[in-house]
Design a protein around this ligand. Structure first.
Ligand SMILES: [Zn+2]
Length: 351
């Protein structure tokens, strides 16, 4: 059995449409009335959007229902699906904890409640029957104030048993007016020993070289090889890995055709830059990791050897994978009841 790692998956976009629709039906929400039949809901939920902003709006639909009370329900189903259908051995799950706290509370109350959300996600991710190594990435958000984003960094540093790194999300076109602030937050995160990734160079308007030196991995980064290939040498020297999420670019209107990614992969391979293939929003897209691989292969974007290199890169650049272990040996250990967590090699959760 082959086992995979997914380094870039949002908690908000990881709920598959049928599970979300069923949840709405059970809770008899207004959305249940709007979509009494599943096929219409799936069409609405998974269809392509014109822009990244429009696409990100859809996340708010899920964020609203992912509360302290309901998170275990969604996470259990996410872990189960990732294990059964995707053969995942390792998953980094990312989200903005502030957006899972009740909207009616004050900012300081919501900041306080973020710790509880991280605990709940951490506990719920440990599903005994589906032994995936999981870890959280906390996302700063381009639409949230500085105080909240700084609190997210502080929380990541405080909860290292659950959190393996930080990210910046919310649409990369919105960073421009607050660039210095985000540079400062990343510097601060690195000073606390945190691992870093960030949504960057996803769209042609989201290219900020100022942020690159602070990132250990680059969320998307496809416009580096597409528009600024001269930067690839630095990316290679810094050993930064691109987290490429193929279906996303079609759903956000960033690319028209998957084949446009061929030049991205070719230039990165040529420059020795690692790529991890990821799902981003496997539920929202209704495309799981093995299908991301298959789509790239069948459309001749990459060949099998390159796929293997990307799969290896995902484990190599994972923030919390025990790097001296191959996936198969970890699984054998788990099946024998010899968890890697006990041997102290995993900072997050092997269950
Ligand atoms: Zn993303």
């Amino acid at each position: 059995m082959t086992l995979y790692a997914d380094l870039h998956r949002h908690l908000g976009g990881s709920v598959v449409p049928r599970i979300l629709w069923r949840y709405f039906q059970r809770q008899t929400t207004d959305l249940a009335q709007r979509f009494p039949h599943y096929p219409e809901f799936e069409e609405f939920y998974t269809r392509s959007r014109n822009t990244l902003d429009e696409y990100l709006e859809l996340h708010t639909l899920v964020e609203r229902v992912q509360t302290a009370k309901t998170l275990p329900y969604f996470i259990y189903r996410l872990i189960r699906g990732a294990y059964i259908f995707e053969n995942l051995a390792y998953l980094e799950l990312r989200y903005t904890p502030y957006l899972r706290t009740p909207e009616h509370l004050s900012q300081s109350e919501r900041i306080k409640q973020m710790a509880q959300i991280v605990e709940i996600v951490g506990q719920a991710s440990q599903v005994k029957d589906y032994p995936i190594v999981t870890c959280q990435i906390l996302c700063m958000h381009s639409r949230l104030p500085y105080e909240v984003n700084k609190a997210i960094v502080d929380l990541a540093a405080e909860k290292k048993e659950y959190v393996c790194g930080i990210d910046l999300a919310g649409g990369d076109t919105h960073y421009a007016e607050r660039l210095e602030e985000f540079v400062g937050l990343y510097k601060y995160a690195r000073s606390l020993g945190l691992k870093t990734t960030g949504h960057l160079y996803e769209t042609p308007q989201g290219c900020y070289p100022e942020l690159l030196p602070y990132l250990m991995r680059i969320g998307h980064g496809i416009h580096i090889p597409l528009l600024y290939p001269e930067l690839l040498k630095d990316v290679q020297q810094q050993q930064q890995c691109l987290e490429i999420c193929p279906t996303t670019y079609l759903k956000t209107g960033t690319l028209e055709d998957l084949h446009q990614l061929k030049v991205v992969f070719d230039r990165c391979f040529e420059a020795g830059v690692d790529i991890a293939i990821c799902t981003d929003n496997a539920g929202l897209h209704n495309v799981r990791l093995p299908f991301e691989y298959e789509n790239l292969l069948t459309q001749d974007v990459i060949d099998f050897q390159q796929l293997q290199a990307c799969q290896d890169a995902a484990f190599h650049h994972a923030f919390a994978w025990p790097h001296n272990q191959r996936p198969a040996s970890l699984l054998t250990g788990l099946l024998q009841g010899n968890s890697s967590q006990e041997s102290g090699k995993i900072s997050c959760h092997a269950v």
